[in-house]
Every structure is written in structure tokens, then in C-alpha cells.
Design a protein around this ligand. Sequence first.
Ligand code: NAP
Length: 244
Amino acid sequence: MVNRNALITGGNRGIGRVCALRLAAAGARVIVAARNIEKCEAVAAEIRATGKEALAIAVDMSSKQSIQAAFSQAAKDFGPISILVNNAGITKDGLALRMKEDDWNSVLQTNLSGSFFAMQAVMQGMMKERWGRMINIVSVVGEMGNAGQANYVASKAGLIGLTKSLARELASRNITVNAVAPGFIETDMTAVLTDEQKAAMKAIIPLARFGQSEDIAAAVEFLAGDNASYITGHVLDVNGGMYM
Ligand code: NAP
């Protein structure tokens, strides 16, 4: 992936930040994209401090217009995007019986529609180059379901289906489309869970520990690299054995 441009949505913290640092270390020129531009700038600066190139860009993944504007700006400033990591994601948990329409829509819009519009924004450039890697960060619960997360689970299960469909559509152009499905990873997203919820989670993880962002970034780096050129439409579980 040396000198290829990689855009990571939600690259300013958590799993996305570690993916950005890791792809940069592997030789990619990295674009860090999220809503909080100061935090994107901080990650870009962290990458530049290692002697690599990086760009920060503001994007709201819940808005098609924002995605189109940000991606065309990134391509203008940095050149065509060859590696897309759709990592930005949100949760708005609640039981289905009481779930607000806004909470349903915003999670679907950010996690699923946003990922689709991002893939749409980069596919033409990748087709022209006849090389591309799309990596969607889904979730173990998108495979197994989870009470209290109907919106989030639907978004991630939808993203798995989208991954497989685009893998088939784009394979002839040498573009691979894969997903990484994290289990429980220690980030801001999971820091809000109660000790009781965390203990219940740990009890169903055969490796008996929570994952780190590095575990996910390693899988992303593998799928973005040359060693994964014959893998497409795959969902790579990184979950400590929580779901097999
Ligand atoms: P996190 O710490 O909460 O970070 C979320 C990232 O997404 C931030 O960079 C955030 O930046 C960005 N983001 C959120 N809404 C956005 C929007 N509308 N537009 C652009 N960027 C947006 O989450 P994480 O734990 O690192 O999770 C990263 C991905 O892994 C998510 O897709 C999540 O569903 C998935 N995942 C995580 C776990 C886990 O256990 N942590 C498990 C399974 C799957 P801004 O707020 O600045 O926009």
C-alpha cells in the first residue's frame, strides 16, 4: 500500500485513529476524516511527526452532501483514494418497543447510508485505477443480534450485505470489499457501559478479555495490503471467540 491514499472515516479517535496510524506506518498517505476537525488535525499531526503524509478533513457521515463535498475535496488536495476504511459509527441504544424514530434513523443514516455514499464516492476513481480496497467496520452483533440495539444491529447487518454485494459488483475491476467485525473493543463507545454489562460481556468471550483498537487495526492493515488481494466479500471476525 506504499504511497496509496487511504481515507479513514471516524479516524480521529478510537479504532479509526489506530487504523490511521497503522496504515500510515505501512506506507499509505492517510486522510483522517470525522466531524471534529481539531481531533482530525491532531491525528494527522501525529502521523506527520513520524515523517509520513497526512491530511485532516471534516465530514458528517450522516449527510450525503457532506460526504460528497469532503471526498471530492480530499481527492483534490491529495489525489484519488485507493483505500477506504468505513469506520465511523454511532450507537443509540434502547429497547425496540420504545425506540424513537430519530434514534432509528440517525444510526441507520450514519452507519449504513453514510458508508454506502462513501463507497459510491470512491468507486469511480478505484475503477479507473483498477485497484481498490474498501474495508467496512461492522460488528459482532450484526452477525448475532443484540437485545436493545435493533437500530445498530440492523445498520451493521445491512453493511455486511452491502459489503458482499459491492464485492461482487466491483471484483472485475480489481477492487476488493471486505468487512471487519469487532467484538468488544475498549474505546469511548464501550466506556459508557456499566460494570455489570462489561462483566456479562466478558463472561461470553472465550479469550476472557476485551479487545484493543490495535487488534482491529491489524485486521484492517491485512485486508488493505497485498497479501489480501484474493480475499473479497469476507467478514473477518476479531472478537476473542465471542461469536464463531
Ligand atoms: P468511538 O470511539 O465512539 O469513535 C467513533 C468515531 O466515529 C469517532 O472518530 C467519531 O468522530 C466518528 N463519527 C461518529 N459519527 C460521525 C459522523 N456523523 N460523521 C463522521 N464521523 C463520525 O467508536 P469506536 O469504538 O472507535 O468504533 C469505531 C467503529 O467500530 C464503529 O463503526 C463501531 O460501530 C465499530 N465497533 C466498535 C466496537 C467496540 O467495541 N468499540 C465493537 C464493534 C464495532 P466525531 O465524533 O469527531 O465525528
